[in-house]
Design a protein around this ligand. Structure first.
Ligand SMILES: [Zn+2]
Length: 325
């Protein structure tokens, strides 16, 4: 790495550090946010952890980036796993009380709403941090004469801001339903159970169909994209899938995708899970012991695909590896 590139990395690293370490406001009030687990430690993550660690996708330190790319699959402490600054202590405790109980009832609409709402808020927070990072890049005197980098930063700010606006629509809709779950059934969820695999997922996905979502559609901020909400929650002897959408924001692909999880055998489930983790979402983790049993060649193919396609949300992606085989 030459001196100039090293200087760039140093500056980017300091920007990332400041953006991540700064205090964030609660997504519901003006108090400071604490770290919220998208899936809680007790009763969920601890079922798939070893020595208080789980494996998840993580960005590399800017100094250790090599030709294999920016993202790696790494062991993280259970306290920081799937955890983001989302809500203040009051909101974190009170809003999610129904799903933080010992006896988790995933059949309840309110439980399904709360898991999906928290997943949405985590994705929103990641986008808010991205906007902050790219604003800092754009405003940094170090990068002032780098045309292409500044263009990239501007595009990232625009794309992330549109994503935040779309998510904000779903967030408001979630809040209406969470306040009045008996009457507000605007979100629809399906619950399915599978054999236990030590993996957990809590994420949102906006399916991009290249036939429909041409650039002018994507760039029109008046269009709110459709989203699906996907949670895979490990329990004592099973893995429960909670998958859902908003009634006003559904399309044929979403309905078919949800149906495609039904009545499948374990092998078919693993193929779908592999596709989900490789091509659609990034907020998931897996047990370190189980991870060691996976074929390293497939893991390398997975990492390579991820590093080439981290921003790719297209429904047309096809992959030819399976980390579960
Ligand atoms: Zn708050």
């Amino acid at each position: 790495m030459d001196k100039k590139t090293q200087e760039d990395f140093k500056n980017l690293q300091s920007i990332f550090k400041s953006a991540h370490s700064k205090k964030h406001e609660c997504l519901l009030c003006s108090d400071n946010a604490i770290n919220s687990h998208v899936l809680q430690k007790n009763g969920i993550l601890n079922l798939i952890s070893s020595n208080n660690h789980v494996i998840q996708i993580k960005s590399k330190d800017f100094f250790s980036i090599d030709e294999s790319g920016l993202l790696d699959i790494k062991s993280v402490g259970i306290n920081s796993a799937m955890s983001y600054p989302l809500f203040c202590n009051f909101h974190d405790t009170h809003v999610f009380a129904p799903i933080e109980k010992e006896e988790l009832n995933l059949n309840l609409y309110i439980s399904q709403l709360l898991f999906s709402y928290r997943a949405l808020c985590a994705e929103m927070r990641k986008k808010i941090i991205n906007v902050d990072i790219f604003h800092r890049v754009k405003d940094s005197s170090h990068f002032a004469f780098r045309g292409p980098l500044l263009e990239m930063a501007k595009m990232q700010i625009e794309a992330n801001t549109m994503g935040i606006n779309d998510m904000d629509w779903f967030k408001t809709e979630f809040e209406k339903a969470i306040i009045d779950p008996e009457n507000n059934k605007n979100y629809v969820f399906e619950k399915m159970e599978f054999d236990f695999i030590p993996v957990s997922v809590s994420a949102v996905y906006s399916p991009i169909n290249p036939e429909v979502h041409k650039l002018e559609v994507l760039m029109n901020s008046a269009n709110i994209l459709n989203y699906i909400f996907i949670n895979l929650i490990p329990q004592n002897n099973k893995l429960t899938l909670i998958i859902g959408y908003h009634k006003l924001k559904k399309d044929e692909w979403i309905m078919n995708y949800i149906t495609s999880w039904k009545n499948i055998n374990q092998k078919e489930f693993e193929i779908k899970l592999n596709d989900l983790l490789a091509t659609k979402i990034e907020t998931w983790c897996i047990s370190p012991e189980y991870f060691l049993t996976l074929n390293t060649k497939n893991i390398d193919l997975f990492k390579k695909y991820w590093n080439d396609n981290a921003m790719n949300l297209k429904i047309t992606q096809a992959i030819d590896f399976n980390i579960f085989e």
